[in-house]
Design a protein around this ligand. Sequence first.
Ligand SMILES: NC(=O)c1ccc[n+]([C@@H]2O[C@H](COP(=O)([O-])OP(=O)(O)OC[C@H]3O[C@@H](n4cnc5c(N)ncnc54)[C@H](O)[C@@H]3O)[C@@H](O)[C@H]2O)c1
Ligand SMILES: O=C(O)C(=O)C[C@@H](O)[C@H](O)[C@H](O)COP(=O)(O)O
Ligand SMILES: [Zn+2]
Length: 374
Amino acid sequence: MTVVPVELGARRYDVLIEAGALDRAAELLSPYARDRLIVVTDETVAAAQLPRLRHPSIVPIVLPAGEATKSWPQLETLCDRLLDLEVERGEHIVALGGGVIGDLTGFAASIVKRGIGFVQVPTTLLAQVDSSVGGKTAINARAGKNLIGAFYQPSFVLIDPTVLDTLPARELRAGYAEVVKYGLISDPDFFAWCEAHAADLLAGKSEAREHAIAYSVAAKARIVAEDERETADRRALLNLGHTFGHALEAETGFGPALLHGEAVAAGMGLAYRFSAERGLCRTGEAARVVEHLRTIGLPHDAVSAGVNASGERLAGHMAHDKKKAGGRVPFILARGIGEAFVDKSVALEEVAAFLDSTPLASESASRHEARVGE
Ligand SMILES: NC(=O)c1ccc[n+]([C@@H]2O[C@H](COP(=O)([O-])OP(=O)(O)OC[C@H]3O[C@@H](n4cnc5c(N)ncnc54)[C@H](O)[C@@H]3O)[C@@H](O)[C@H]2O)c1
Ligand SMILES: O=C(O)C(=O)C[C@@H](O)[C@H](O)[C@H](O)COP(=O)(O)O
Ligand SMILES: [Zn+2]
């Protein structure tokens, strides 16, 4: 068992990582349960993992699976259901699922009765290494990704790596993008570890899986403790690949054609190539990043992500980015592998021109399409 504390003063909490932990969730979650345990999940996870949570009086709330659930209508459904159940302020609800369920449930918990408790039990690789930790909660809006939300920390995070045994390969690969992100941000040794061990991780080898999860959670917990509300150019580093990636997600309508992790992978490839084009980073390092993503089977630019929009159109989505300050959108760029930084000097026109100049990669686009259909 590994326990990673998230040091946030009065709001500190632990992230417990243990293979098989879900099977003893009744015991591990007992400090957060009353005479009942309200569990918010989605239809797929309800079938695949909920039966393992053997609490004597579970009240499940089951929502549709997929990114479209991070929406106003589903938020309303969830809040009304919680109110019908007469949830009390002192009660904790459990988010059992991927980042969609975690983000939505956390946001609902932050607003119902002005704040009830919640616990994260993440069931995707992405949610285990990233979204369950740090307290960013949100739904998507017409104007863009995660634009309605709150910083609201869970009271506890329970990670059981064995739940990934039922996760489809495409979802596992998408979640891997957020793992390798930590190496790209600040740790070239971890990036090298990823190059060497990604195949084992994606094949479900427990040693690689548990190392990747524990490393990522510790890296995220450190950054969140330093800059919980993204005000000090520190937490914004976790947005590497996201300024581009969220624009790609918006362009594809937050649907199943492009998963968040896939969009982030494409965004990281673009961020490195843009950094190289601006003379910030060696071309060879950007090429190494792109090659790694390609090897994994992840997109590395807009076209390989299945998006053929103009640079101007994608930059239009980026104009809604919530990092925007003084009319400028900060970009997370890199001086090398493990050397990401926040660049506030980029004009969206430059980004649009860069995107239009990115050579068409129709071969990789068709490979991605083939993979999506696998
Ligand atoms: N809050 C944050 O800090 C943060 C960080 C990263 C991403 N996110 C958000 O997370 C979301 C993406 O999360 P995700 O990739 O987990 O997607 P997701 O929640 O949609 O889950 C992916 C799919 O896998 C299924 N699934 C989940 N667990 C399973 C399991 N164990 N076995 C079988 N199927 C399973 C789900 O039903 C769903 O269909 C995005 O909305 C993104 O914006 C938030
Ligand atoms: O926790 C963070 O901070 C992150 O940026 C993690 C990201 O992987 C995640 O996708 C997050 O939801 C993006 O945040 P946003 O503020 O750009 O919506
Ligand atoms: Zn992300």
